[in-house]
Design a protein around this ligand. Structure first.
Ligand SMILES: [Fe+2]
Length: 346
């Protein structure tokens, strides 16, 4: 396995690069915008293909690298279903599994520091974001923080993991890099409380200044979405209302770009072909399956995904490959459902 713990000294943020092997798919957790060039260089050096960029929560102390990495690598951006960002490509919920080639992360929804905080567990380790820090816990006094919820997230979820589980936090201000669940249970001063009320009181009595970057970072991090209007201006989009009339016409073929688990959870539009987003570049290129389908039948490819992010990137790839009639469903399945479009279970 490839595992890199990367540090941004300005915000004391840890970012994590994961891959199962050289030459394979990679995933990054909590990237920082100023470090994007460094991540891209490391990806090149290790011959990795970045396929997912994940934020554990909406950050207040740095600007996320999610949007820049998406623009430069066409990776999928991932956050919690509770995150109030304009759009990310994929939203995850408690119990979901976040996957890339050779690596599985279990999603734990752990509100408290913010109401969208998640932790990600992988085999022997857990990435705790700002929920559990080394000898500390994330503050709960802004961004819909809630000390009571955080107590439940830590005591009810994280501390139930095996004691030897490695803890990789989202920040450290003292130079520590890793801990374990057992060590934090015994030595973390915030966790030496006898009740949830005692924890709430402890957290309420911390008097902390707001992070320096807060007024800049929070609004910036709420706007990580692709500008789907740009794609629409080129005539490569359809609204959900228009799509309701188009779908089913013989000259249109629907392509669902989501992952199998998303299809199982949310259903899909009847008659869709399933072509997961990571394979769409290859499939739309000359010699690829979708390229051949569009050219041989003359049908228009109508891409869709969860929120219109992956499909906007796919339509760009298809257009680049000479499929000039390709278009996508703006706003994705979410917009389709909101317009009353029917879905069928998988
Ligand atoms: Fe945070």
């Amino acid at each position: 396995m490839i595992f890199r713990q990367l540090f941004d000294a300005t915000s004391s943020t840890y970012s994590y690069l994961l891959a199962s092997r050289c030459g394979g798919e990679a995933l990054i957790i909590d990237p920082v915008i100023e470090k994007v060039d460094r991540y891209l260089q490391l990806l090149r050096e290790l011959e990795l293909k970045l396929v997912k960029a994940v934020d554990t929560h909406l950050h207040a102390d740095h600007i996320t690298g999610l949007g820049a990495l998406r623009d430069r690598t066409q990776c999928i951006t991932v956050m919690s279903e509770h995150s109030r960002v304009d759009v990310v490509s994929m939203r995850v919920a408690d119990g979901d599994r976040l996957q890339i080639d050779g690596i599985d992360l279990d999603v734990l929804y752990t509100p408290g520091h913010t109401d969208d905080s998640c932790c990600f567990r992988m085999a022997d380790r857990v990435f705790t974001g700002d929920t559990l820090l080394i000898r500390g816990t994330g503050r709960t006094d802004f961004q819909n923080g809630d000390a009571r919820a955080q107590y439940q997230s830590i005591f009810g979820k994280l501390l139930r993991l095996p004691d030897e589980t490695l803890v990789y936090p989202g920040h450290d201000y003292k130079g520590d890099t890793v801990s374990t669940i057992g060590e934090e249970r015994r030595c973390n001063p915030r966790l030496q409380v006898k009740s949830v009320d005692e924890y709430v009181e402890l957290m309420h009595n911390l008097t902390l200044a707001n992070p320096k970057m807060m007024d800049v970072a929070v609004p910036a991090n709420m706007r990580v979405g692709l500008h789907q209007e740009d794609v629409a201006r080129r005539g490569w989009s359809t609204t959900a209302e228009q799509a309701l009339r188009i779908v089913g016409q013989p000259d249109v073929v629907l392509i669902d770009l989501r992952e199998r688990a998303e299809r199982e959870r949310n259903g899909s539009i009847a008659g869709s072909l399933h072509v997961p987003y990571p394979s769409v570049q290859e499939s739309t290129r000359a010699g690829g399956m979708l390229h051949a389908l569009a050219k041989s039948t003359g049908k228009r490819l109508l891409f869709y995904c969860a929120f219109g992010e992956r499909s906007a990137m796919a339509v760009q790839a298809a257009q680049d490959a000479g499929l000039s009639t390709a278009f996508h469903l703006q706003g994705g399945l979410a917009a389709w459902k909101a317009a009353g479009g029917p879905v069928e279970p998988q």
